[in-house]
Design a protein around this ligand. Structure first.
Ligand SMILES: [Zn+2]
Length: 471
């Protein structure tokens, strides 16, 4: 374990989403604690800057300090698939991605439907990253019997979910929602109607039909979302503490329905993933432009040599630029409270196969911040929106506090060079599996340091230490 840090971070672009402050500031640490944050133009200006989106202007510093990120949805594959990822490699990857807190999904082998497995899922070298286990909602994630939620919460579970698959039986789904309500935690649902999506390989549409991939229609998500909301509407009448969170939503249609239900006052939240805000199904045909760039046109739907990259196989599938726009709009208007990575590492054996046979999932915890910052550079998302979606938003769902960049706090923050760029590769990624379609792509936003609990949890190799160390 490294020493408690004493250092001055002068002239940084500092973001404090808890107090709603942003701007140029000097931050001083003594023995791991933030002792001062001095805003160059004063607090009133910092408050106005946050309200205006917290975006640095020309001439402002390009090295930023933000609170250590919080991920509400990751898979570290322990126990059962440690060859793909485990706590040691997953937390090393998380610290590189700027994360200080990660909630882990329970689709391990066996599933985390019991106290012993729940604890095994977070055991090991953590690189100072705080791990929050999510318990399986049903026994064996089989969807037929609700888990012992009270015992799992007592053992540390922060939510229940059968993620990886939906709770298809609506009576069981209802019982799980009630059990979570009684235990004071949210139910996180993976929304998919298997009667519509079984065998689906890519989003229903031009790309799937041109490439001959079996379709996964948008209705498969919409139907599941509508049905889940109908059950929630019924349950809150007798269980007002019920909370439902719909994870990795990917379609404009489903997000519109969620927004409507939130307008009714239902206790309903959702998140979107970095790949659904930034990538489209055109990537599967070899057209790897960001979702906000020029529309897909037919010439790119002739499969190129880059087509059928199985790192693009993910559930729910990548969709149209209209859906990706809706995912970004959901962040801007508050329908989605978080960007959840859905970090889903898979070993080469599970990915280096035909597209339709590949395991679903993208390893994304190390690239999420850079992908979001690419959207920022394109003018699609403000820094305030991004930082809130990666800190205070997920904290609200998980009922934890965000350790902000504020005097008196034990330092847990990430220093990121907004102007520098890097390329994901086996040499630069720290996770055990590198199943990402972003391999080799130049990404903006380089994490220089991640400081957790006052100590260095990650430092970029060979990078100049962008702070003054105080002896
Ligand atoms: Zn899922």
């Amino acid at each position: 374990m490294t020493d408690l840090l004493t250092a001055n971070f002068a002239d940084h672009w500092v973001l404090d989403p808890v107090a709603g402050l942003a701007g140029v500031a000097d931050v001083s640490l003594v023995a791991g604690q933030i002792v001062s944050v001095t805003w160059r133009d004063g607090e009133a200006a910092a408050r106005a800057c946050w309200a205006a989106g917290a975006n640095p202007g020309p001439g402002d510093p390009t090295v930023a300090l933000l609170p250590a990120l919080i991920d509400l949805h990751a898979h570290f594959r322990q126990p059962g698939a440690n060859a793909s990822e485990e706590v040691e490699s997953g937390t090393r990857a998380a610290a590189h991605g700027g994360y200080g807190t990660v909630a882990l999904m329970p689709n391990t082998e066996p599933a985390a439907d019991n106290v012993e497995t729940l604890q095994a899922a977070i055991a090991g070298e953590r690189h100072s990253v705080r791990l929050l286990p999510i318990a399986a909602a049903t026994v064996g994630r089989a969807g037929t019997q609700v888990s012992d939620v009270a015992a799992l919460v007592k053992a540390g579970a922060v939510a229940i979910s059968d993620d990886g698959s939906p709770i298809a039986d609506r009576a069981i789904f209802r019982a799980a929602l009630l059990a979570a309500a009684a235990a004071g935690i949210p139910l996180i649902e993976h929304c998919e109607d298997p009667t519509l999506t079984a065998g689906g390989e890519a989003a229903d549409g031009l790309v799937a039909s041109r490439l001959g991939l079996r379709p996964w229609p948008a209705a498969g998500e919409l139907r599941a979302v509508e049905s889940a909301i109908a059950v929630l509407r019924d349950v809150v009448v007798t269980a007002p503490t019920a909370r439902l969170h719909l994870t990795h939503l990917s379609t404009a249609a489903a997000l519109a329905v969620v927004r409507g239900a939130q307008g009714e006052g239902l206790p309903l939240t959702c998140d979107v993933t970095p790949h659904h805000i930034a990538l489209t199904d055109g990537w599967i045909a070899g057209d790897s432009r960001w979702a906000w760039e020029v529309p897909v046109d037919d010439e790119f739907l002739v499969p190129t040599t880059a087509a059928f990259d199985s790192n693009l196989r993910v559930c729910p599938p990548l969709r149209t630029m209209i859906d990706a726009f809706a995912c970004r709009e959901a962040l801007r208007n508050g329908t989605a409270l978080a960007i959840g990575t859905d970090h889903a590492p898979h070993s080469r054996e599970k990915k280096e196969v035909e597209f339709g046979l590949a395991a679903n999932g993208i390893a994304g915890i190390e690239t999420c911040l850079s992908v979001a910052l690419s959207a920022h550079r394109a003018g699609e998302l403000s820094l305030a929106t991004i930082v809130a979606a990666l800190t205070t938003g997920p904290a609200r769902l998980l009922a934890i506090t965000t350790t902000s960049v504020t005097p008196g706090a034990v330092a847990s923050f990430v220093q990121v060079d907004l102007a520098a760029s890097w390329r994901p590769s086996r040499a630069t990624l720290l996770g055990r599996s590198i199943n990402t379609p972003l391999l080799g792509r130049q990404l903006r936003g380089v994490v220089q340091l991640t400081v957790l609990e006052g100590r260095l949890a990650y430092q970029r190799p060979r990078a100049a230490f962008c702070a003054t160390m105080v002896p």
